[in-house]
Design a protein around this ligand. Structure first.
Ligand code: FES
Ligand code: FES
Length: 161
C-alpha cells in the first residue's frame, strides 16, 4: 500500500492506496467526491475528467499515486449549491444537458480550455471537448453555453468603466 497526499479542491486529502488504484476510484471511494463519473474506465468517454495541476486529465487513466503532492480540481471544486461557477450557470441556463452524466467532465474540460484560451473559436471549443462524449444532447447547446460565456466576457471587457 502507498500513502497519497494531494490538494483536492483546495483541501489536503490523504489516502492509503494500492499501486493500481486509479485517481477516479480514490476520488469517489476514498474521498467521497462522486461528481467525477465512471463511464468507460478506459479513457474514451471523458466522464471522469478532472484538473491535475491545471491540466484536464481522465482520472480513470491516472493512478492515485501519480497525484501525490499535486493539485487536483474536480467538479465539486468549481461550485456547489450555494455558489455556481459561471460555466455551471451557463450550462444550466441553456439546458445544455439531459441525463447529465457527461456534465462534470464536460464542464471541467471547458474550464481547462477557458483558463488557457479565454476567447476560443467554435472549432477550438469542439476540439477541446473532443474527448468528452455525450449520448443525449448532440453537443450544440454545450457549444452554445461556452460561446455565450466568451461573448459575455468580451462585452464586459469592452464596456466603458
Ligand atoms: Fe474515464 Fe471514460 S471513465 S474516460
Ligand atoms: Fe446525457 Fe450528456 S447529457 S450523456
Amino acid at each position: 500500500m502507498h500513502q497519497v497526499e494531494a490538494t483536492v479542491n483546495g483541501a489536503t486529502r490523504r489516502a492509503e492506496v494500492s499501486p493500481e488504484t486509479t485517481l477516479l476510484s480514490t476520488l469517489r471511494d476514498s474521498w467521497g467526491l462522486t461528481g467525477s463519473k465512471l463511464g468507460c474506465d478506459v479513457g474514451d468517454c471523458g466522464a471522469c475528467t478532472v484538473l491535475v495541476d491545471g491540466l484536464s486529465v481522465n482520472s480513470c487513466l491516472l493512478l492515485a499515486v501519480q497525484v501525490n503532492g499535486r493539485e487536483v480540481v474536480t467538479i465539486e471544486g468549481l461550485g456547489g449549491f450555494e455558489y455556481l461557477h459561471r460555466l455551471q450557470t451557463a450550462f444550466e441556463r441553456l439546458s445544455s444537458f439531459q441525463c447529465g452524466f457527461c456534465a462534470p467532465g464536460m464542464i471541467i474540460s471547458a474550464k481547462a480550455l477557458l483558463d488557457e484560451n479565454p476567447a476560443p473559436t467554435e472549432p477550438e471549443i469542439r476540439e477541446a471537448l473532443a474527448g468528452n462524449l455525450c449520448r443525449c444532447t448532440g453537443y450544440t447547446k454545450v457549444i452554445d453555453a461556452i460561446t455565450e460565456i466568451c461573448r459575455d466576457r468580451a462585452v464586459a471587457v469592452e464596456a466603458p468603466a
